[in-house]
Design a protein around this ligand. Sequence first.
Ligand code: ZN
Ligand code: ZN
Length: 342
Amino acid sequence: MKSFRLASPAAIEIHPLRLEDLPVPEPGPGQVRIRISACGVCHTDLHTVEGDIHPSHLPVTPGHQVVGVIDQIPVSPDVGAPKSGDFGFRVGQRVGVPWLHSADGTCEFCQRGQENLCPNAKFTGFDVDGGYAEYMLADARYVLTLPEKITDEQAAPLLCAGIVGYRSLKLADIQPGERVGLFGFGAAAHLSIQVLTHWGCRVHAFTRSQAHQDHARELGAVWAGDAAEGTAGALDRVVIFAPAGELVPVALEKIRPGGTVAVNAIHTSDIPSFPYAILWGERTLRSVANATYQDGVEFLMLAAEIGIRSTVKPYALAEANQALEDMKHSRFNGEAVLMMDS
Ligand SMILES: [Zn+2]
Ligand SMILES: [Zn+2]
């Protein structure tokens, strides 16, 4: 099978991912094998490829917004070992694989329903091979079923940009009708805004890119402009999607007392020091780390119910390096999706 491998991280402009021909992997107990049809391209993949964050081993195949069809479920010879069929999956079923590949299920975080914080969690396309390939293996406990009416291409961005974006909205304490700022208007923000408008929120989009500002207005933002603009204290909540620490004090200045700033970024540049006065007044600053299985289930139901539309820029699998480079330089709106048949 064709599979993109990252052996040595480097700037995306030199196209560090190599296309290789690998044997189709064999699923073990508790796993399913998926024939991949589409895989979304996430900023986390770029951080991995460029060496900002470090996978547990190299080489690795990136990609953690994977849509495909289950093509093999093993019959486990081990007495007592979980069989993928035990999770209700069948061969031929269309599924999605998100960023959280697996967790231990036993630690204090897993017990609290916060498996996104599990110290033994494994992540798709990072600790285990992901979806920039024709086939992959997934842990059946964390595979998501997809609503029928959402196409493969449309579903891929929902699996990380959508789900982690949705968790960010929850952790930002957003109430219906509030004034919400989104900093950065890429893949996650363009999906989150559709949830926010459904909740009756008034969305302000902060981004340097004119094309992204226009995209935000098309999707219902009441205002779009540069982060330097906007009125101090005019917002209830902010979610920062851009990996830029200098935006944290800028965002804190824009929220009212009692407001919240949530940072949706697995990696960000350092946050500069800032006066206590802009945190004072019971303002909350927090990060958002990964997402739980339940976040995935809830968000996919909501996406189908309110008809969330992903703005997609399709690429062939062979164009993975180019897709990552174009994302880095904001050359398209929404999300790049690798389509395996094209
Ligand atoms: Zn755990
Ligand atoms: Zn992601």
